[in-house]
Design a protein around this ligand. Structure first.
Ligand SMILES: C[S@@+](CC[C@H](N)C(=O)[O-])C[C@H]1O[C@@H](n2cnc3c(N)ncnc32)[C@H](O)[C@@H]1O
Length: 339
């Protein structure tokens, strides 16, 4: 619509200027002069005069070839075929991109949902990734269930829905992620990688093994935080997750070493086990990092127990690691489909 029906009349009706010249040059009965221009026209002179009198033929400049004012609201449109080349795939620079490697574009999922369901129906996506289906379903007034094996996906979806719908977001429930120390330890026993991903994404930071980045022994996740009001300056925080029972000072040393490599000014050590005295000494002796108006401990340790007691490391307030979802708000209501 924006590409072709580019004009608007005084009543706000969209139109395009269409060609009135006949592609067939050999039509003597359609060859005549109109508004000073002689061409082989598509219409008879009588029809042309009538359309002109109705204000539907316009000549933009003297001597210019008259064109037909085709109103969008008078067109029936064309049914969509099974070749959806009008929907672009998402690329990095797109404002919708959240950084999830297999993210699909929202208009694609909106089209699928609108074509195959009505408002109030329930949409299920069993491999929902960063939740494009879930987001589209919420905006189109559907109920939804999203399933994904990746805690990063779940964390991104929570953030995405809040960004997009704010107060108009319907309440939803997250099942399957740890809710207390016991269930978190159980997840670690079953699947240490999933435990690590879950805990990192609770802080909205990306795991270094996620996407294309390679893993690193010292750092499991990196987060980026704003440190000035204008939003220009940021610092990076390296996270290490230790699920095992034999944590040692050299684990903290590895974090410090990797912080330099990843240009992280602050480090957070997340552990199931309580830290040893030498570890606590290393952390206490690591000093502070000063940013305008604030001072943060360079190294901090947080145990799983403390995490569920709602203790948190001291970090800058604004975490910008996950890109904010771009589109805001819900769609207007859709008429029922005649299926
Ligand atoms: C192609 S992606 C989906 C992308 C999604 N349409 C989006 O826009 O973000 C496939 C998803 O399936 C998930 N997955 C893989 N195996 C799974 C399993 N056994 N159960 C649930 N989800 C799984 C992956 O974590 C991945 O997020």
């Amino acid at each position: 619509m924006e590409k072709f029906y580019r004009y608007e009349d005084e009543n706000g009706r969209r139109y395009q200027l269409d060609n009135l010249v006949n592609p067939n040059k050999n039509r003597p009965n359609l060859t005549y002069e109109f508004l000073g221009v002689t061409r082989v026209w598509r219409w008879t002179k009588q029809r042309m005069m009538k359309a002109y009198a109705d204000g539907l033929v316009i000549q933009s400049s003297e001597g210019g070839v008259p064109r037909f004012k085709r109103y969008l609201d008078e067109m029936l449109g064309q049914p969509i075929t099974d070749d959806w080349s009008d929907i672009e795939h998402l690329h990095g620079s797109n404002s919708e991109t959240l950084g999830y490697p297999t993210q699909k574009s929202k208009v694609l999922l909106e089209r699928i949902i609108q074509a195959s369901s009505n408002e109030g129906d329930t949409i299920l996506d069993g491999f929902c990734g960063c939740g494009t289906t879930v987001d589209a379903a919420e905006g189109l007034h559907r109920n939804w269930i999203g399933i994904d094996i990746s805690p990063i996906a779940i964390s991104l979806i929570k953030r995405r829905l809040n960004d997009t719908y704010g107060k108009s977001l319907n309440s939803f429930e997250v099942r399957g992620t740890p809710t207390d120390e016991v269930s978190a330890v159980e997840l670690w026993k079953q699947n240490p990688n999933a435990f690590q991903d879950w805990w990192l994404t609770e802080f909205e930071v990306f795991s270094t093994t996620f996407g294309t980045k390679g893993s690193d022994k010292g750092i499991d996740g990196v987060g980026q935080y704003l440190i000035d009001q204008k939003g220009n300056d940021t610092i990076k925080v390296g996270f290490q997750v230790k699920g095992g029972t034999h944590i040692q000072s050299k684990d903290i040393d590895a974090l410090v070493g990797a912080m330099d490599k990843h240009k992280c000014q602050l480090g957070v050590f997340l552990t199931i086990e309580n830290p040893t005295k030498p570890m606590m000494d290393t952390v206490a002796g690591s000093g502070f990092v000063e940013v305008p108006g604030f001072k943060y401990p360079r190294l901090q340790i947080l145990t799983l127990k403390d995490y569920f007691l709602n203790k948190r490391p001291r970090l800058p307030k604004v975490n910008i690691t996950f890109k904010a979802a771009a589109k805001k708000g819900k769609k207007t209501h859709q008429e029922e489909l005649d299926l």
